[in-house]
Write a protein that binds this ligand. Structure first.
Ligand code: ADP
Length: 494
């Protein structure tokens, strides 16, 4: 019998990737294509929706060609995507009425401040699990309707469709037949009630968004649509969809309450599975739908660190203490500790649980004996300490103990950083064999739905750890470092 595969689309902020997974969960082929970023004004970030789609289709064709397989060998497609990014298009012509407004875009920040002043934060958090912020799609949709000529009228006439990137891809892949999204992407729009799992009428009214624009919301592992004959000769079912962080949590097989993952990229993205409970955070973390499978909903808490791996980029490009990111490990290993140096890389303020936009970075504790290596070590430690603060806040909110932290992302390659993380958390850190957690999660959702994998137990068994970092220092030994870190944070916030 011909071998079958799952094709995962990982539509990210700077590039589109396609990854082919086989039945054992191994990567068999991968292709990636960057696309343009538009910055038309300070604070504005846009993408060309057509380019998002065409780059995604071209990498899909590339992996199929690389593998020399017939599209018939692809049992299903899974999609994961940059979340919140907003596209509005005309249902008849299929043309976007405006460029995609990217999650990073701050053009609606002023409007969000007004909403906060009106005292709407509590109501919005209660329904959506989110903080009022320009990240989320709601204010971006409103901006398009308010600023594109004729858009509001057309939307009210039912002529326009809204979608996050998953919806946009599916609509195009199905040649305009499917207008769907999934619960995880919907839960980042600030229009979706995460308890009833429905678009929220009050919020639609508040943002003045016609319900007719919205996609139908489905669970994560189910038949969404099929590709039309335009892309591949066969119609391939799309049977798994999730936003990138949720897909990563699933790809890490954090499927039980108390399981958590951290993605160490430019920033760090932490997520904790809280089971069937939507936990309200006391530390301004976000509550979100992880996924829904077979009618069962799993919730998660999410927190992020703004500057994670980016502090290492700064060492490389800013003050040029290292030539490449990986050199940070070699240098930091030359010293046994930070020599009293604490580095708080609050380049763009501090996120959870401190939440201060105006905070700026600090390197504290420099003496005559401080070396380049101490500063590099302190920079690595800062990634681990910031992640520790978010993890602590999450565990407190959820009243759950985390027994292991699963890691991925570029900086997870740094063994010293992973060891430091395990020591600070006093928790084992597990780095998986397949580091592509995001696309793997999309593949798992898609494969589960068609019986490519029978159930979660089967997937859990095949998911493999490459290396576990066990704490090597005691909690007492770590105490002083944590105290120094928090003291320095206090100095930053003075
Ligand atoms: P993103 O998806 O946000 O672009 P990646 O997951 O590709 O990020 O990770 C890149 C980040 O990881 C960069 O900020 C880089 O400085 C950091 N990084 C990469 N390798 C290492 C390493 N060996 N040690 C520490 N940081 C690293």
């Amino acid at each position: 019998m011909q071998e079958k595969f799952i094709l995962a689309f990982d539509q990210g902020t700077t590039s589109s990737r396609a990854v082919v997974y086989d039945h054992t969960g191994k990567i068999r082929a991968m292709a990636q294509k960057e696309f343009r970023q538009f910055f038309p004004q300070p604070g504005y970030v846009e993408h060309d929706p057509q380019e998002i789609y065409s780059s995604q289709v071209s990498v899909a064709a590339e992996v199929v060609a690389q593998m020399k397989i017939s599209p018939k060998a692809i049992a299903a497609i899974g999609i994961t995507n940059q979340r919140e990014t907003t596209i509005v298009w005309n249902r008849k012509t299929g043309k976007p009425v405006y460029r995609a407004i990217v999650w990073q875009d701050r053009r609606t920040a002023g409007y969000c401040d007004e909403l906060k002043k009106q005292g709407l934060q509590k109501m919005i958090a209660r329904k959506t699990g989110l903080e009022i912020d320009a990240y989320f799609s709601a204010t971006k949709i409103k901006w398009i309707l308010d600023h594109v000529k004729g858009a509001r009228q057309a939307a009210e006439n039912g002529e326009l469709a809204f979608g996050t990137v998953d919806s946009w891809l599916m609509w195009n892949l199905s040649n305009g037949e499917a207008h769907f999204t999934d619960v995880s992407n919907a839960s980042r729009t600030m229009l979706f009630n995460i308890h009833t799992l429905q678009w929220d009428e009050d919020l639609l009214k508040l943002f003045d968004i016609p319900a007719a624009m919205l996609p139908e919301v489905k669970s994560n592992s189910t038949l969404f649509t099929r590709t039309s004959g335009l892309i591949f000769s066969t119609k391939i079912p799309i049977t798994g969809v999730a936003g990138d962080q949720q897909a990563a949590l699933f790809g890490q097989m954090c499927i039980h309450p108390g399981m958590a993952k951290n993605t160490y990229g430019t920033g760090c993205f932490l997520m904790l599975n809280t089971g069937n409970k939507a936990v309200r955070s006391q530390n301004r973390l976000l509550t979100t739908v992880g996924w829904q499978i077979n009618g069962e909903t799993t919730y998660a808490l999410e927190g992020s660190v703004f500057v994670g791996g980016a502090v290492i980029q700064w060492l490389r490009d800013g003050i040029q203490l290292i030539k490449k990111a990986a050199d940070s490990e070699k240098a930091a290993r030359k010293v046994s500790d930070n020599g009293g140096v604490v580095f708080v890389p609050a380049f763009t303020g501090l996120g959870a649980p401190h939440w201060n936009q105006d905070a700026r970075g600090m390197i504290y504790g420099i003496t005559r004996g401080t070396t380049r290596e101490h500063i590099i070590r302190a920079a690595l430690e800062s990634i681990a300490y910031q992640s520790y603060d978010v993890m602590k806040a999450m565990q407190e909110d959820a009243a759950l103990a985390v027994h292991a932290l699963r890691v991925d992302g570029g900086a997870a390659a740094n063994n010293l950083l992973m060891q430091i993380q395990a020591d600070i958390l006093q928790t084992p850190v597990q780095r998986p064999l397949v580091l592509e957690s995001t696309s793997l999660g999309a593949a798992y959702f898609a494969g589960l739905s068609i019986g490519f994998w029978n159930d979660l137990t089967e997937i859990e068994k095949q998911w493999q750890v490459e290396k576990t970092f066990h704490p090597q220092q005691s909690a007492e030994e770590m105490e002083e470092g944590i105290k120094n870190w928090h003291q320095t944070i206090k100095r930053v916030l003075l």
